[in-house]
Design a protein around this ligand. Sequence first.
Ligand code: DGP
Length: 114
Amino acid sequence: MKDCVFCRIVGGEIPAKRVFEDDATVAFRDANPVAPAHALVIPRAHIATLDEVQDSDRELLGRLLLSARAVAAELGLSSTGYRLVINTHAGAGQSVFHVHVHVLGGRPLGWPPG
Ligand code: DGP
């Protein structure tokens, strides 16, 4: 989608520090990290929120999680621990409307989240 910042990252129009990619997903460092390790995993295809994901995207959802796990390993978080977050809609903090999985780690992560 032309005016989507994450589509433009996928297309290479906006630079990002990529940490992982495959045929279905791209992962890059978050521009406003809230933890020492903070990356985003996105589908190459534009889907605005988790609520727009279709039953036919079932495999893609699995691919996003597997990519997030690979990103966590790449960032050295596999033994220390990490958290995956999908903010869905503005009320939950979603600010970019291209579905994405936050991969967070590198510091103690409190529970419940804020
Ligand atoms: P959320 O608030 O859950 O929609 O997360 C969106 C994240 O995207 C937020 O943590 C900041 C990050 N972000 C926004 N624009 C850019 C960008 O142009 N480049 C990168 N690397 N991250 C971005």
